[in-house]
Design a protein around this ligand. Structure first.
Ligand code: GCB
Length: 586
């Protein structure tokens, strides 16, 4: 799952651009040979959601086909060639020259198929990818089922508050590697006084007994160690003397290169540690506050498609407000985002797409758990070497069946017990795969203690002054403060408010302020940050949301938009942005 790279032993060819595209509402494509070419196709940009590229398919979520033809350079012959999709939402199947390579479920993580034996070297190759994003109760996240959080009549029928954009969202890349190649690298860093410790584990695709080396290069120094492969595995321990440690203020990155007889791979590595103690999070043994945002991958025309100019601009705007962190709400973001976060010094809470999980019946729960475990595995494999990632988040607002809302006490007891087991299983998996980082889930108000107590950091989303006590900010802030104090008394763990915010129509004003005005949002943000500043156990505050974003249509979402952005969807600051600057620019 290493990110494809071009170097002296590897080749990479990015197939981003305009592809042929056709929707297939009757699912006749494969029978009619669409995997070998499309009649009557229209052009579409990859990466990009299809929804905002054509108005008539804005709400279309069924099956659709993408086709592109390409030569593969003859000098790649003798190497192994793979086709890699950065992400496609939600279920995709890949065909090369009419032959099915395989399928992948899950909308936000990369997948790869080897295509070496199916390539033509003298003619063009036809690559076809079918993608569908049907909303289903058994998928993660789920759709087409009711949710206590969403209005019954919301459209499309998600269980979550963002638009279910569909399509190929990240680059499609052909890449080649030598016959004996580096399959995986795991880097674990530590601190010993002024020195950094770097443990490197390298896995080859073959069990050959070969030798290799690993080099860590900083500005003026290089540290080297030997690798002796046995059964395809080798480990090295390096000491980086007088290390430059990675942090949000000094995001220093070393080049770590693994070299084998045939192959080479370079990673950017930040030397740093993260832990919790008492009510605080520590980065490199110093307490750190995570100030920032919950965000979405979302923009005009590109939808959830990778949009690199936007990415750069968003990092600049986050920094302008003094933010040093964000959560990848509510799904893994692109690999390019993670690389930029390493480089720019952002602290990331990295989340799988388990938003609004429900614990309804054994059959559905088992299917969703399988999918979530797969997503945990794929995400950690993909992002384990990023210095920016400090915490894994295995769910956002899992729901209990609440007695009184037409739900029996027994189904409430059932969902609490099942939720505990489900979340516990995911956290256990994370801790096994990566004992070096923190793990959490983001809790809705009223989440059972048996769920929350399993987290390293208590993360809560709170809307006192919006969904509860709307318009009554003074009362809301009193409730907030009481709740925070009692949460600290209960858990004695660091607490983060991972969401707090108010919908705001940019340009709407009021005096005295009222809900939806810019003044109300500004006072709301000021109130929350003032309360938080009084509490030593608050380890971070992340505003919901960085920018207005596309959601479903409902009586709660004007124009189908969630307007809680500190910036508009077009990235104009609202008044509250200046309040954040007051608090965060020190
Ligand atoms: C939440 C959800 C988020 C919503 C937000 C809201 O608690 O986690 O997905 O968008 O509330 O604005 O209602």
């Amino acid at each position: 799952m290493l990110y494809p790279q071009q170097n002296i032993s590897r080749n990479k060819f990015d197939l981003s651009g305009i592809w042929d595209f056709k929707i297939d509402p009757d699912r006749m494509g494969e029978r009619n040979g669409w995997h070998t070419g499309l009649d009557g196709a229209r052009p579409i940009a990859v990466p990009g959601s299809w929804n905002e590229q054509y108005e008539d398919i804005y709400n279309y979520l069924g099956l659709a086909w993408y086709v592109k033809s390409t030569y593969v350079p003859q000098y790649w012959q003798g190497q192994r060639v793979f086709l890699r999709v950065g992400s496609a939402c939600y279920f995709s199947t890949i065909y090369v020259n009419g032959i099915k390579m395989g399928s992948h479920e899950g909308g936000h993580l990369p997948f790869v198929f080897e295509v070496t034996d199916h390539l033509c070297w003298k003619t063009e190759n036809t690559i076809a990818i079918s993608v569908e994003n049907d909303l289903m109760p058994t998928r993660v996240p789920s759709g087409n089922m009711s949710s206590p959080l969403m209005p019954q009549s919301c459209f499309p029928r998600t269980t979550y508050d963002f638009f279910p954009f569909a399509g190929i969202h990240r680059p499609v890349v052909l890449y080649s590697v030598p016959p004996v190649y580096i399959e995986d690298i795991t880097v674990i860093t530590g601190i010993n006084g002024l020195d950094g410790t770097v443990k490197v584990r390298v896995q080859l695709n073959s069990a050959d007994t070969i030798q290799g080396s690993v080099h860590i290069k900083g500005d003026e120094v290089t540290f080297t160690a030997k690798l002796m492969f046995k059964d395809g595995l080798a480990e090295a321990h390096l000491i980086v003397h007088n290390a430059n440690f990675w942090s949000d203020k000094t995001p220093y990155l070393y080049d770590l290169t693994v070299q084998t007889e045939q192959d080479q791979y370079t990673l950017k590595v930040g030397v740093r540690t993260v832990k919790v103690q008492g009510g605080q999070i520590f980065l490199n043994d110093k307490p750190i506050h995570l100030n920032g945002y919950g965000r979405h991958e979302d923009f005009y025309a590109s939808g959830k498609g990778l949009n690199q100019p936007l990415m750069v601009k968003d990092y600049q705007l986050m920094r302008w407000t003094g933010a040093n962190s964000y959560r990848t709400s509510h799904y893994p973001y692109s690999e390019e985002e993670m690389q930029l976060a390493d480089r720019e010094g952002f602290l990331i809470i990295n989340e799988i797409p388990a938003v609004s999980l429900q614990f309804d019946n054994d059959e559905n729960i088992a299917i969703r758990l399988r999918t979530c475990l797969q997503q945990v595995d794929e995400l950690i494999t993909r992002d384990k070497n990023h210095a920016s990632v400090v915490m894994w988040c295995i769910a956002n607002e899992p729901l209990i069946a609440q007695p009184g809302l037409g739900v029996s006490v027994s189904s409430n007891v059932f969902s609490v017990a099942k939720g505990k087991e489900f979340l516990g299983t995911l956290m256990q998996r994370v801790r096994t795969l990566d004992p070096t980082r923190l793990v959490t889930f983001v809790a809705l108000m009223g989440s059972p203690s048996s769920w929350v107590e399993q987290c390293d950091v208590i993360c809560m989303n709170r809307y006192w002054g919006w969904y509860i006590l709307g318009g009554e900010l003074n009362k809301a802030l009193i409730s907030l403060e009481q709740e925070l104090d009692s949460a600290w008394e209960t858990w004695h763990k660091p607490i983060m408010i991972t969401e707090f915010g108010a919908d705001t129509m940019a340009g709407m004003h009021g005096h005295p302020n009222a809900m939806w005005t810019e003044e109300y949002q500004a006072e709301f943000v000021r109130g929350y940050l003032t309360v938080a500043a009084r509490k030593d156990f608050i380890a971070g505050m992340q505003v919901w949301n960085f920018a207005d974003f596309a959601s479903i249509q409902s009586i709660m979402r004007v124009g189908g938009m969630n307007m809680k952005g500190i910036f508009t969807r077009g990235r104009t600051p609202k008044m509250a942005a200046h309040v954040l600057r007051e608090f965060w620019i020190k």
